[in-house]
Structures are given as C-alpha cells and as structure tokens.
Ligand binder design. Structure first.
Ligand SMILES: [Zn+2]
Length: 411
C-alpha cells in the first residue's frame, strides 16, 4: 500500500508569487520548520538563479551538518541540459532536482510557438534527466507543467519516458487549478497504474479546490499502487490563488471521513508545528493569516452563537472536529505593549545585548556579540523588518552559515 509524503514548495512556488517574496534567511527558517514538521522534501529554490547560490549552498551545508535532516532539499529547474549544467556549476553538490517542462497542446502551440514538437519535449526531458544523472543527482522529479490540460496519451508517454530514463517521481501539475477531485483521482490512479512511478500532485486554488484535489489525487495514486507526494505551501501561498495549504492537507488526511484508515503518511508528521510555521510564514511574507483559515485562523476555534458555545462547552467534539492543542495552539504568547527594543540595520551593541538577554542569550566577549550583531544588521538589510527570536537564535547558533546566506554579490 502506497503512502502519502509531503513535498512543500513554499520556497519555490511561494516566492514566485506576485508582490511577495522571502529573504534568504526566511527561506532557511522555513526549511528548518518544515524539517521539524516531518515534511519529506522542501523545494528550496532555483539553482540556476545567481542570487540563490549562496543560500542554496549554505542550506546544503546545514543538511550535511545534520541540522536539515532528514528533510531533502530539492532545486527546481527547467528540464533542459543547459539548466542542468548551470545548476551544477552554481550549486555543485545539489542532490535532488525537479526538472520541469510544459506538456499541454495549449503551451506547445501558444508558448513554444512551434519551437518544440511533442517529440522534442520527450527528447528534451530524456536528455535533461540523463545530464542530471551524469552530474550525480540522487533523485529526480520530472514535472509536467499544465498536465491537467495535456492529452492523456501524451502525458502517459511523457511520464513513461521520464521513468525509463531513471526519474524517481512524476509531478502532475494542475498549473491552472483546472482539475476537480474526480478528475484528479482518475488521472492519478491511471498514471500510477499504467506508468508505475511515484506521483506528485501539484494543485492550485483558482477554483478553490487545491486541497480537495490534492487529497483526491493522492487517493487515486495510492489506489493505483504508488506512493503519493502532495505539493503544499505554508498558508497556501503560491502563484495567483495559491497552492494546497500545508496544514489543511494534513488536517484533511488525518480527520476527513474514513480517510486516515486507508491513506497514511509515510513519515511521522508533527502537526503541533502548525501554529508556529503558519505564524512564521505570515510574518515572513507579510501576509496575515485569514481568520477563517483551517486550523490556524483566529476563528478556527472561536464560538459566539449561543447554541454552538453551549455545545462546545459541554463537549468540544460537539462543534470542533479536532483539538486546537494538536496544532500547537493554546500557549500564551508575549506581545509587547510598552517599550520595545527591536533589531534593525542600524542597531547598536547595547540594544542588541538587551534583545538577546531577553531570550536568555549572553555573550562572553564583546567581540562575539559584535560579530553576531553585524550579521543581524545584514539580515535586517535583506529582510527590511525586525527579526524574530527564531531568526536571532539561528544567526547566533550558525554564524558561518548565516554569513554565507546573507552574501549577495551581484556579477
Ligand atoms: Zn505551481
């Protein structure tokens, strides 16, 4: 029986979102939180993009050090030999890659505009996989962009070619959020059965069905005899209407009618990280969590009407499907209402020591504090907002790594 794994794409799809972005430190923190949560893989960025190089290499170091373990860090590139070569030039020790190419008639006709035939697409992806393998890629996922608008026979052929060349997973991208749970269940099952390769669902919320589609797709894939890898993003942030929300996907698999008996996670998932990771992503993206967000919204466990309040006080299960404590909620949080000393790009040693002292971090020598403060200033330049305690702790614990991720050297 296949299992469900989570492959989070916040650091790729999330940061591609119009009007939003993350600092390299924030991307690193997200990788750390995802690891703590039990996510199988983080799509941690773009290895062909120059300004990502230091960040990607620094995170691969964290993996070697065991800080980012067991999570896998996968880079996203286009499925071309050129991109593979460039990725290995900029990030030589990258181990996991996603190779992406469009497969639908719409894209072949109106994006490639005659530059690529279907046969060319099959050839291009095969060559890209071969190149990635020859550079030492340990695992390769092959992405069919716009899979939901792709002719099914061609999609099956494309996935088969990927498998024959040694791809480890096939990503079914519902790039435009066109599918519904019934169509995704059906195609997921068919791909799993006929191609015989683990399959990823990559769903978008243009029709409000990203989570439902991901769940149905995973069910189909598992019923077809393969492992399912659900692509998620924290708080559902992603291109346009967003991606399948990480927390909602976990909640659905755990709690939806009858699902948990048959469809199980392949790794232990720590849902208790939900509150922390959602709050952090909200801070880092500067996007508030909607009050009605499943599990983590401020109204997710709020009751006002007489009948509901009375019922929930008698027994929470009367009106709540799961307990807030499961998501790591319910702990008191300190909010400063008076004087506040914050980190900033022009901060000084006295303020910095005060902030760190509140977190019970002290420095033996003034020089040590000065060195960390310098890194914190740089982090502030890149983030353009005061850092949070987890970020300050990270910089203090891993100054060398922080220095590398904060390095931006334009050509
Ligand atoms: Zn996407």
């Amino acid at each position: 029986m296949g299992k469900v794994y989570l492959l989070d794409v916040t650091n790729r799809d999330g940061v591609q979102t119009a009007k939003l972005g993350l600092s390299k430190l924030a991307k690193t923190m997200i990788n750390i939180f995802l690891n703590e949560m039990g996510v199988f893989q983080s799509e941690f960025g773009f290895p062909t993009t120059k300004h990502e190089s230091h960040y990607l290499r620094a995170n691969l170091k964290l993996a070697e050090m065991g800080v980012l373990k067991p999570i896998r860090l996968g880079g996203w590139i286009r499925a071309t030999v050129e991109d593979v070569e460039r990725a290995y030039k900029l990030v030589p020790n990258i181990k996991h890659l996603q190779l992406s190419i469009s497969t639908s008639d719409q894209m072949i006709t109106s994006k490639f505009k005659g530059a690529k035939s279907k046969q060319d697409i099959l050839m291009t992806v095969a060559e890209a996989i071969d190149a990635a393998k020859s550079h030492g890629a340990e695992t390769i996922g092959v992405n069919a962009e716009d899979a939901s608008r792709t002719d099914t026979d061609f999609l099956l052929q494309f996935a088969s070619v990927a498998k024959e060349h040694g791809a480890d997973r096939f990503r079914y991208c519902d790039t435009l959020g066109y599918d519904n749970p019934f169509t995704l269940y059906k195609i997921g099952k068919r791909l799993a059965r006929e191609v015989g390769i683990p399959i990823e669902t990559h769903c978008h919320g243009d029709l409000g069905m990203a989570v439902a589609n991901s769940i149905a797709g995973a069910m189909g894939i598992i019923d077809g005899g393969q492992d399912a890898y659900i692509n998620t993003t924290i708080n559902g942030i992603g291109e346009r209407a967003g991606n399948a929300d990480l927390v909602a996907v976990i909640l659905a698999l755990k709690n939806s009618k009858g699902l948990a008996k048959k469809y199980k996670f392949g790794m232990p998932i720590r849902l208790s990280m939900a509150w922390r990771i959602s709050k952090y992503a909200s801070y880092a993206f500067d996007v508030p969590i909607p009050i009605n967000q499943p599990g983590v919204g401020s109204n997710a466990f709020a009751h006002a009407s007489g009948i509901h309040a009375d019922g929930v006080l008698k027994d929470p299960e009367n009106y709540e499907l799961y307990d807030f404590k499961e998501l790591g909620r319910g702990e008191p949080e300190m909010v400063e209402t008076g004087r506040e000393i914050c980190s900033g790009e022009y901060g000084g040693i006295s303020g910095f020591r005060h902030i760190m002292g509140k977190m019970e971090i002290s420095f033996e020598h003034r020089d040590d504090a000065q060195e960390i403060l310098e890194l914190v200033r740089y982090a502030n330049v890149l983030a353009q907002k005061s850092l949070v305690a987890d970020e300050l702790r990270f910089i203090t614990r891993h100054p060398d790594i922080a220095k590398e991720l904060l390095t931006l050297t334009p050509p």
